[in-house]
Write a protein of this length. Structure first.
Length: 142
């Protein structure tokens, strides 16, 4: 008799994996939406995007150049590596788009897309992915 039982999201192991990923999601959200220096005890905790949000830069220039895109990605990757110890092999990508995320958002805004991938240490080899999209209107949209 084969021991190939099909696992579902009702299985206790899957429920634990989902709970860990939800907790990591919440922590990644906190990192992304925190300005570096905002946390008194950990000055490097946060996302460098908020330090440069008033820069005058086009979407095309941002997405196709090293600066400041790479700086933002490396900043967030360092914060995740230091403070979210349940992840390993972390990769971060930050893009700007013209995507409308809500009819309530002003038309002169753009979207910031932050993608975080890696693997969970709690469940070795278990892939992790989180995409966060938020609107910003502080950079020039060309």
């Amino acid at each position: 008799m084969s021991n190939n039982k099909k696992q579902t999201h009702f299985d206790p192991v899957f429920q634990k994996v989902d709970k860990v990923k939800e907790s990591i999601d919440e922590f990644i959200d906190l990192l992304v939406f925190t300005h570096p220096g905002e946390c008194v005890f950990f000055h490097d905790f946060g996302f460098a995007f908020w330090e440069s949000q008033f820069s005058n830069i086009s979407i095309e220039h941002f997405n196709n150049s090293e600066y400041p895109k790479k700086e933002f990605e490396e900043s967030l990757q360092r914060s995740i590596s230091r403070y979210e110890t349940r992840l390993e092999d972390v990769n971060v990508e930050v893009l700007l788009t013209n995507q409308d995320i809500s009819p309530l958002v002003k038309k002169n805004t753009f979207s910031v897309v932050v993608s975080v991938t890696g693997k969970t240490k709690t469940f070795p080899g278990e892939p992790y992915h989180r995409t966060i999209i938020f609107a910003s209107e502080t950079m020039t949209r060309k």
